[in-house]
Design a binder for this molecule. Structure first.
Ligand code: GLN
Length: 270
């Protein structure tokens, strides 16, 4: 009887040792017992009405230039990513509250935002343009927007700030601030607004896809650049993004992503 018990205990003990060994393996991706190296998964947030940077495929999955760029950086730096979609104005709060790790959303670096998050190096030069219906003969640029006009842009964006400034100055009747750029363009199409203020590369992409409906007028309004953002003080992740970006520019992966999505490569001449 005692002998049986001893055997049972020995078997149980062995099982425990084997189980522990397996658990240890689960959290380690390296063969070295001392370096407990796990592959981190970072949550990347974006707002998907901003093609070609941020959009959805026919099955509703997030896709776009930003997603491909972040995936390439993640591969280069040895971390994993999962993508989450939200409204533009919720992106920074998500980073601040720790609900997300990286913003990749065609987001301009600006002073106000820089107080709330840390930006990576910039990866694209953009600017705002005024978009109108193709047959509009009166609006020739921002300066020809007038007191009777409504101008739309997306909530929380630099375009919305521009629209609100125009309203504040009394130059336009109303800044119409909407959830997504798709809705802004729908309102322009329907004649609910006279113009949309939108990022130039996004306007260009839209016009290519829907030729003949819209045009951009006047000069580019500001020359801010896009960057990824992380939580204030997260220098380690910021460094990984910057190192990865540098590497994919060097090894040609960045150019391939630019070609795939039809956007200019800001590093091309360097
Ligand atoms: N580039 C603009 C901004 O940063 C708009 C970005 C977007 O809508 N995804 O405000």
């Amino acid at each position: 009887m005692k002998k049986k018990m001893a055997v049972k205990l020995a078997v149980l003990g062995l099982c425990a040792v084997v189980a522990l060994a397996f658990t240890a393996c689960g959290s380690s991706s390296s063969g070295n017992k001392n370096s407990k190296k796990t592959t981190k998964t970072y949550t990347v947030v974006t707002e998907p009405t901003f093609p070609p940077y941020d959009t959805t495929d026919k099955d509703g999955n997030l896709t776009g230039f930003d997603m491909d760029m972040v995936k390439a950086i993640a591969k280069d730096q040895g971390f994993k990513v999962k993508f989450k979609s939200m409204e533009f104005q919720s992106l920074i709060p998500a980073i601040q509250s720790g609900n997300a790790d990286i913003i990749a959303a065609g987001m301009n670096v600006d002073k106000d935002r820089s107080k709330k998050v840390d930006f990576s190096n910039t990866y694209c030069d953009a600017g705002l343009v005024v978009m109108v219906k193709k047959d509009n003969a009166t609006i020739k640029g921002e300066e020809s927007l007038t007191k009777d006009m409504k101008v739309a842009s997306q909530t929380g964006t630099s375009g919305a700030t521009e629209c609100k400034n125009l309203q504040k100055k009394g130059q336009i009747k109303q800044a119409v601030i909407l959830d997504g750029f798709d809705t802004c363009i729908m309102q322009l199409q329907n004649g609910d607004v006279n113009a949309v203020i939108i990022d130039k590369p996004v306007a260009q992409n839209y016009m290519q896809k829907h030729s003949g409906k819209f045009k951009t007028v006047g000069k580019t309004l500001d020359a801010e650049s896009y960057a990824m953002a992380v939580k204030k003080g997260n220098t380690a992740l910021k460094k990984q993004l910057n190192d990865g970006l540098k590497n994919i520019v060097k090894n040609g992966k960045f150019q391939k992503i630019c070609d795939k999505w039809g956007v200019g490569n800001k590093f091309a001449s360097k």
